[in-house]
Design a protein around this ligand. Structure first.
Ligand code: SAM
Length: 245
Protein backbone atom coordinates (compact mmCIF):
# COMPACT_ATOMS: atom_id res chain seq x y z
CA UNK A 1 0.00 0.00 0.00
CA UNK A 2 1.25 3.46 -0.84
CA UNK A 3 1.06 5.86 2.09
CA UNK A 4 1.88 9.56 2.27
CA UNK A 5 4.57 11.02 4.53
CA UNK A 6 1.90 12.32 6.92
CA UNK A 7 0.67 8.77 7.53
CA UNK A 8 4.16 7.41 8.17
CA UNK A 9 6.08 8.29 11.32
CA UNK A 10 9.35 6.54 12.19
CA UNK A 11 7.75 3.40 13.55
CA UNK A 12 4.02 3.58 12.87
CA UNK A 13 1.89 3.79 9.77
CA UNK A 14 -1.81 4.68 9.63
CA UNK A 15 -4.05 3.85 6.69
CA UNK A 16 -7.54 5.28 6.32
CA UNK A 17 -10.46 5.46 3.90
CA UNK A 18 -10.43 3.14 0.90
CA UNK A 19 -7.14 1.51 1.92
CA UNK A 20 -8.44 0.70 5.44
CA UNK A 21 -11.59 -0.73 3.92
CA UNK A 22 -9.55 -2.82 1.50
CA UNK A 23 -7.34 -4.23 4.27
CA UNK A 24 -10.08 -4.95 6.82
CA UNK A 25 -13.06 -5.84 4.64
CA UNK A 26 -11.71 -7.03 1.29
CA UNK A 27 -8.50 -8.73 2.45
CA UNK A 28 -10.06 -9.55 5.87
CA UNK A 29 -6.80 -8.80 7.66
CA UNK A 30 -6.62 -8.15 11.38
CA UNK A 31 -4.13 -7.46 14.19
CA UNK A 32 -0.96 -9.52 13.73
CA UNK A 33 -1.13 -9.69 9.93
CA UNK A 34 1.66 -8.09 7.91
CA UNK A 35 1.29 -5.70 4.97
CA UNK A 36 3.90 -3.94 2.83
CA UNK A 37 3.79 -0.15 2.96
CA UNK A 38 5.59 2.07 0.48
CA UNK A 39 6.02 5.84 0.74
CA UNK A 40 6.08 6.38 -3.03
CA UNK A 41 9.63 7.79 -2.93
CA UNK A 42 11.43 4.47 -2.90
CA UNK A 43 11.05 3.39 0.77
CA UNK A 44 9.20 0.17 1.55
CA UNK A 45 8.73 -1.75 4.80
CA UNK A 46 6.94 -4.75 6.27
CA UNK A 47 4.35 -3.40 8.71
CA UNK A 48 2.49 -5.49 11.33
CA UNK A 49 -1.13 -4.52 11.92
CA UNK A 50 -1.70 -3.45 15.55
CA UNK A 51 -5.32 -2.44 15.21
CA UNK A 52 -7.72 -2.96 12.32
CA UNK A 53 -10.88 -0.83 12.24
CA UNK A 54 -12.96 -0.61 9.04
CA UNK A 55 -11.90 3.04 8.64
CA UNK A 56 -8.44 3.08 10.22
CA UNK A 57 -5.58 0.59 10.30
CA UNK A 58 -2.65 1.19 12.64
CA UNK A 59 0.59 -0.67 11.95
CA UNK A 60 4.00 -1.05 13.52
CA UNK A 61 6.90 -0.66 11.04
CA UNK A 62 8.96 -3.84 11.42
CA UNK A 63 11.61 -4.29 8.78
CA UNK A 64 12.57 -2.23 5.77
CA UNK A 65 12.35 -3.96 2.49
CA UNK A 66 14.89 -3.74 -0.26
CA UNK A 67 13.39 -4.29 -3.66
CA UNK A 68 14.74 -3.73 -7.10
CA UNK A 69 11.44 -3.24 -8.86
CA UNK A 70 12.40 0.21 -10.21
CA UNK A 71 14.15 0.58 -13.57
CA UNK A 72 17.68 2.03 -13.41
CA UNK A 73 16.77 4.58 -16.10
CA UNK A 74 14.09 7.24 -15.68
CA UNK A 75 11.54 7.22 -18.49
CA UNK A 76 8.97 9.93 -19.13
CA UNK A 77 6.10 9.08 -21.45
CA UNK A 78 4.81 12.29 -23.09
CA UNK A 79 1.52 11.45 -24.75
CA UNK A 80 -0.52 13.66 -27.09
CA UNK A 81 -4.06 13.81 -25.70
CA UNK A 82 -6.12 10.71 -26.38
CA UNK A 83 -9.71 9.83 -25.57
CA UNK A 84 -9.96 9.31 -21.80
CA UNK A 85 -10.28 5.51 -21.85
CA UNK A 86 -7.18 5.18 -24.03
CA UNK A 87 -5.20 7.65 -21.95
CA UNK A 88 -6.14 5.69 -18.81
CA UNK A 89 -4.85 2.57 -20.50
CA UNK A 90 -1.57 4.33 -21.33
CA UNK A 91 -1.22 5.47 -17.69
CA UNK A 92 -1.92 1.98 -16.36
CA UNK A 93 0.34 0.08 -18.77
CA UNK A 94 3.17 2.63 -18.66
CA UNK A 95 3.14 2.34 -14.87
CA UNK A 96 3.26 -1.46 -15.07
CA UNK A 97 6.19 -1.21 -17.47
CA UNK A 98 8.16 1.07 -15.12
CA UNK A 99 7.69 4.63 -16.45
CA UNK A 100 8.86 7.32 -14.03
CA UNK A 101 6.39 9.98 -15.16
CA UNK A 102 3.59 10.46 -17.67
CA UNK A 103 2.90 13.84 -19.24
CA UNK A 104 -0.16 14.69 -21.31
CA UNK A 105 -0.25 17.51 -23.85
CA UNK A 106 -2.76 18.74 -26.46
CA UNK A 107 -1.46 17.71 -29.88
CA UNK A 108 -2.47 19.27 -33.21
CA UNK A 109 -4.49 16.18 -34.16
CA UNK A 110 -5.95 15.40 -30.73
CA UNK A 111 -9.67 14.73 -30.99
CA UNK A 112 -10.29 15.39 -27.31
CA UNK A 113 -10.13 18.95 -26.02
CA UNK A 114 -9.81 19.06 -22.23
CA UNK A 115 -11.22 21.98 -20.31
CA UNK A 116 -9.59 23.13 -17.08
CA UNK A 117 -12.43 22.01 -14.81
CA UNK A 118 -12.61 18.56 -16.35
CA UNK A 119 -8.84 18.35 -16.15
CA UNK A 120 -8.79 18.52 -12.38
CA UNK A 121 -11.13 15.56 -12.05
CA UNK A 122 -9.35 13.64 -14.78
CA UNK A 123 -6.00 14.38 -13.23
CA UNK A 124 -7.10 12.91 -9.89
CA UNK A 125 -8.41 9.84 -11.71
CA UNK A 126 -5.15 9.35 -13.66
CA UNK A 127 -3.17 9.67 -10.42
CA UNK A 128 -5.37 7.04 -8.77
CA UNK A 129 -4.84 4.69 -11.72
CA UNK A 130 -1.06 5.23 -11.48
CA UNK A 131 -1.08 4.53 -7.72
CA UNK A 132 -3.18 1.38 -7.99
CA UNK A 133 -1.16 0.16 -10.91
CA UNK A 134 2.13 0.79 -9.09
CA UNK A 135 0.75 -1.15 -6.12
CA UNK A 136 -0.22 -4.10 -8.23
CA UNK A 137 3.20 -4.11 -9.93
CA UNK A 138 4.89 -3.93 -6.51
CA UNK A 139 6.76 -0.80 -7.53
CA UNK A 140 8.42 1.49 -5.03
CA UNK A 141 7.51 4.69 -6.84
CA UNK A 142 4.31 6.09 -8.24
CA UNK A 143 4.82 7.81 -11.59
CA UNK A 144 4.10 11.54 -11.52
CA UNK A 145 1.14 12.48 -13.73
CA UNK A 146 1.83 15.82 -15.32
CA UNK A 147 0.39 18.09 -17.94
CA UNK A 148 1.93 20.59 -20.36
CA UNK A 149 0.23 23.16 -22.58
CA UNK A 150 1.85 21.98 -25.85
CA UNK A 151 4.50 19.79 -27.42
CA UNK A 152 6.82 22.83 -27.46
CA UNK A 153 6.41 23.21 -23.70
CA UNK A 154 7.17 19.50 -23.17
CA UNK A 155 10.38 19.84 -25.15
CA UNK A 156 11.53 23.26 -23.99
CA UNK A 157 11.33 22.15 -20.36
CA UNK A 158 13.23 18.96 -21.07
CA UNK A 159 16.83 19.99 -20.34
CA UNK A 160 17.16 17.32 -17.68
CA UNK A 161 16.87 14.49 -20.20
CA UNK A 162 19.88 12.69 -21.66
CA UNK A 163 17.80 11.44 -24.61
CA UNK A 164 14.64 12.66 -26.32
CA UNK A 165 12.90 10.45 -28.83
CA UNK A 166 9.89 11.16 -30.97
CA UNK A 167 8.16 7.85 -31.63
CA UNK A 168 6.81 8.61 -34.99
CA UNK A 169 4.75 6.65 -37.46
CA UNK A 170 6.64 8.63 -40.10
CA UNK A 171 9.86 6.97 -38.99
CA UNK A 172 8.19 3.63 -39.60
CA UNK A 173 8.29 4.20 -43.35
CA UNK A 174 11.16 2.43 -44.98
CA UNK A 175 12.51 5.56 -46.73
CA UNK A 176 12.87 7.30 -43.38
CA UNK A 177 13.81 4.46 -41.16
CA UNK A 178 15.43 5.11 -37.82
CA UNK A 179 15.96 1.87 -35.99
CA UNK A 180 15.34 1.86 -32.27
CA UNK A 181 18.50 -0.19 -32.04
CA UNK A 182 20.74 2.84 -32.75
CA UNK A 183 18.93 4.87 -30.11
CA UNK A 184 19.17 2.03 -27.57
CA UNK A 185 22.91 1.67 -28.12
CA UNK A 186 23.45 5.24 -26.89
CA UNK A 187 21.69 4.63 -23.56
CA UNK A 188 23.61 4.49 -20.27
CA UNK A 189 22.19 2.66 -17.26
CA UNK A 190 21.15 5.73 -15.25
CA UNK A 191 20.03 8.01 -18.08
CA UNK A 192 16.84 10.01 -18.21
CA UNK A 193 14.86 9.53 -21.37
CA UNK A 194 11.85 11.35 -22.77
CA UNK A 195 9.56 9.47 -25.17
CA UNK A 196 7.04 11.52 -27.14
CA UNK A 197 3.97 9.84 -28.66
CA UNK A 198 1.27 11.24 -30.93
CA UNK A 199 -2.51 11.03 -30.52
CA UNK A 200 -4.93 8.83 -32.51
CA UNK A 201 -4.48 11.09 -35.54
CA UNK A 202 -0.66 11.00 -35.35
CA UNK A 203 1.72 13.97 -35.36
CA UNK A 204 1.27 16.94 -37.66
CA UNK A 205 4.17 17.80 -39.98
CA UNK A 206 4.71 20.93 -37.86
CA UNK A 207 5.00 18.89 -34.65
CA UNK A 208 7.30 16.38 -36.25
CA UNK A 209 9.64 19.11 -37.48
CA UNK A 210 9.46 21.06 -34.20
CA UNK A 211 10.34 17.95 -32.21
CA UNK A 212 13.40 17.32 -34.36
CA UNK A 213 14.42 21.00 -34.17
CA UNK A 214 14.14 20.81 -30.39
CA UNK A 215 16.48 17.85 -30.15
CA UNK A 216 14.32 14.74 -30.55
CA UNK A 217 15.67 11.73 -32.39
CA UNK A 218 13.00 10.12 -34.61
CA UNK A 219 12.60 6.52 -33.59
CA UNK A 220 10.64 3.74 -35.25
CA UNK A 221 8.80 0.87 -33.62
CA UNK A 222 8.64 -1.11 -36.84
CA UNK A 223 6.98 -0.97 -40.23
CA UNK A 224 3.43 -1.30 -38.92
CA UNK A 225 1.36 1.64 -37.64
CA UNK A 226 0.46 0.85 -34.05
CA UNK A 227 -2.63 2.04 -32.23
CA UNK A 228 -1.84 5.13 -30.21
CA UNK A 229 -2.22 3.22 -26.92
CA UNK A 230 -0.04 0.33 -28.14
CA UNK A 231 3.01 2.45 -29.01
CA UNK A 232 4.08 3.43 -25.43
CA UNK A 233 3.82 -0.20 -24.27
CA UNK A 234 5.90 -1.40 -27.23
CA UNK A 235 8.60 1.25 -26.65
CA UNK A 236 8.72 0.58 -22.91
CA UNK A 237 9.00 -3.17 -23.48
CA UNK A 238 12.06 -2.59 -25.67
CA UNK A 239 13.64 -0.32 -23.05
CA UNK A 240 12.97 -2.80 -20.25
CA UNK A 241 14.53 -5.54 -22.32
CA UNK A 242 17.54 -3.38 -23.05
CA UNK A 243 18.30 -2.21 -19.51
CA UNK A 244 17.01 -5.05 -17.35
CA UNK A 245 16.84 -8.38 -19.14
N1 SAM B 1 -5.02 5.73 -36.06
C1 SAM B 1 -4.47 4.80 -35.12
C2 SAM B 1 -5.13 5.00 -33.75
O1 SAM B 1 -6.23 5.60 -33.72
O2 SAM B 1 -4.67 4.53 -32.73
C3 SAM B 1 -2.97 4.91 -35.10
C4 SAM B 1 -2.39 6.04 -34.30
S1 SAM B 1 -0.64 6.25 -34.40
C5 SAM B 1 -0.53 7.28 -35.79
C6 SAM B 1 -0.37 7.22 -32.95
C7 SAM B 1 1.03 7.35 -32.47
O3 SAM B 1 1.59 6.08 -32.14
C8 SAM B 1 2.00 7.94 -33.41
O4 SAM B 1 1.93 9.36 -33.48
C9 SAM B 1 3.35 7.48 -32.84
O5 SAM B 1 3.75 8.26 -31.72
C10 SAM B 1 2.99 6.09 -32.38
N2 SAM B 1 3.30 5.05 -33.38
C11 SAM B 1 2.41 4.24 -33.99
N3 SAM B 1 3.05 3.37 -34.80
C12 SAM B 1 4.36 3.64 -34.70
C13 SAM B 1 5.56 3.06 -35.28
N4 SAM B 1 5.50 2.04 -36.11
N5 SAM B 1 6.75 3.59 -34.92
C14 SAM B 1 6.83 4.63 -34.06
N6 SAM B 1 5.75 5.20 -33.47
C15 SAM B 1 4.54 4.71 -33.78
Amino acid sequence: YFVGDAQWTTDTVMLKGEQAHHISRVMRMSAGDVIICINGQGVAAYCRILQAEPDCITCQVEESLSSDSELPIHITVAQGDLKADKYEWVVQKSTEMGAGSITGFPADHSVVKWDAKKNEKKHARFQKIARESAEQSERLKIPAIERKASLEEVLKEAQQYDHKWILSERSARKDHHHAIDDALRQLQQTDRILLVFGPEGGFSTREHETAIDLGCAPVSLGARILRAETAPVAALALLVYHVEL
